[in-house]
Design a protein around this ligand. Structure first.
Ligand SMILES: NC(=O)c1ccc[n+]([C@@H]2O[C@H](COP(=O)([O-])OP(=O)(O)OC[C@H]3O[C@@H](n4cnc5c(N)ncnc54)[C@H](O)[C@@H]3O)[C@@H](O)[C@H]2O)c1
Length: 382
């Protein structure tokens, strides 16, 4: 939570009149000071202000700072949140005893140093995807967090959307049956990032979703990726990523910064049902199709019948589950607060961040080798 009192750096006490507005001001001040977890957001670029907004809407947090190397940007990012201070000094944030946690929304290459310093200063951390720029860095942070007993949570935002939560439940309940394939497409006219390619920018979303929804026995065993830079941007702007799972199932992810149309579709085919998630279609983000292909057991058919009847098409109903419209970042903040106050690992803990990193790292190596299949050892994060 934050105070949005115009003209005051922090809530002021001592109202002279006890009218209705004075009472609500006092209640506002009280809840400001009683909000238990002091938070600082680091990075006021594209994403940081979203964390500021979500933190300010979360009663469990008292946002203390927005920090950016560019002080003017931090000041702009605070907009109307007048109880929050802007700074360019991360050291000042970490030295503040009122800060119990930091949320890091800076470029991936900076995550390791910033998160390590926060953990060493005794602060809980929410870090943006990807956890770090390398697996080795991620592992060091995991070790530090374990040793310190502090929460290290990855902002795998999509895992907190009602659609992905429902997909996870549908798979876990057996309603979909055994998973046969996954096909995920995330393309739009995206910002060509200065520090990461499209794999490291967009694929963490799809890979963290896969990590979140797949049942425990279905783990990635190998990865292959093809990438291209047709505009000469100096880094891959589109990528096709194949992930083989332990049961032999193939998952495929397409990411692309160069598409004039925005597509956000994931299809998860199962033996009983197929889930189609279209995030660009709010009235029917999720559709559950009782449609698919069944193979009849060959031995039940006479030899001359086999060719035609082995494949049978199911064309049943399509259902559209009603989903609550809750902003994912509010759930991210609630989960961070819950993990800190209850002393438990968050839903998207450092292990999830490491598993995504292992896939990204293998995908990059595969792309460098022209799409070679790279076997994975998924000890990371397990
Ligand atoms: N969860 C999501 O859906 C989502 C969406 C977009 C971006 N992100 C992630 O958020 C992070 C930031 O992305 P962005 O698009 O906002 O980047 P950005 O370049 O727009 O902003 C980064 C900001 O961090 C500041 N910064 C850099 N180093 C710093 C330091 N040491 N201390 C303080 N400030 C520093 C920069 O000055 C800049 O203002 C990335 O990890 C990105 O992957 C996540």
């Amino acid at each position: 939570m934050c105070s949005a009192v115009v003209g005051a750096a922090r809530p002021e006490t001592g109202s002279s009149r006890w009218g209705r507005s004075a009472v609500s001001a006092v209640i506002g001040e009280l809840s400001y000071w009683m909000s238990p977890i002091g938070l600082a957001v680091i990075g006021a670029g594209y994403w940081g202000p979203n964390l500021v907004r979500a933190a300010c809407a979360t009663p469990e947090f008292r946002l203390e700072w927005l920090c950016d190397l560019d002080l003017a940007r931090a000041q702009e990012g605070l907009d109307r949140y007048t109880s929050v201070r802007a700074t360019a000094s991360y050291e000042q944030v970490l030295a503040d005893p009122a800060v119990a946690a930091v949320a890091v929304a800076t470029p991936a290459a900076t995550h390791f140093d910033l998160v390590r310093a926060a953990l060493e200063a005794g602060k809980h951390v929410l870090v943006e995807k990807p956890l770090t720029a390398t697996v080795a860095e991620g592992e060091k942070l995991a070790w530090l967090a374990r040793r310190s007993g502090l929460v290290l949570m990855c902002d795998h935002t999509y895992c907190y959307t009602p659609a992905v939560r429902r997909i996870r439940d549908l798979i876990a309940s057996g309603e979909i049956g055994d998973i046969q394939f996954v096909d995920s497409v995330r393309v739009n006219l995206g910002l060509v990032q200065p520090d990461v390619d499209v794999l490291w920018d967009l694929a963490p979303h799809d890979l963290s979703i896969l990590d979140f929804v797949l049942p425990g026995h279905l783990t990635p065993v190998a990865v292959a990726a093809h990438t291209a830079d047709p505009v000469g941007a100096g880094r891959a702007c589109l990528a096709y990523l194949s992930v083989w799972l332990s049961t032999g199932v193939l998952a495929h992810v397409t990411v692309n910064w160069l598409s004039p149309t925005k597509i956000r579709t994931t299809v998860i085919g199962g033996t009983r049902r197929t889930i189609v998630w279209d995030d660009m279609n709010p009235p029917a983000r999720l559709m559950i199709h009782d449609r698919g292909v069944d193979m009849l057991p060959a031995q039940s058919l006479a030899p001359d019948e086999r060719r035609e009847t082995l494949v049978s098409y199911r064309t049943g109903d399509i259902s559209v589950p009603a989903l609550p419209e809750r902003e994912a970042l509010l759930s991210v903040m609630a989960e961070l607060a819950g993990a800190i106050t209850e002393g438990r690992p968050p839903l998207t803990d450092v292990g999830a961040g490491l598993r995504v990193l292992a896939l990204l790292d293998a995908a990059s190596r595969s792309a460098e080798q022209g799409g070679a299949r790279i076997p994975l050892s998924m000890e990371a994060g397990t």
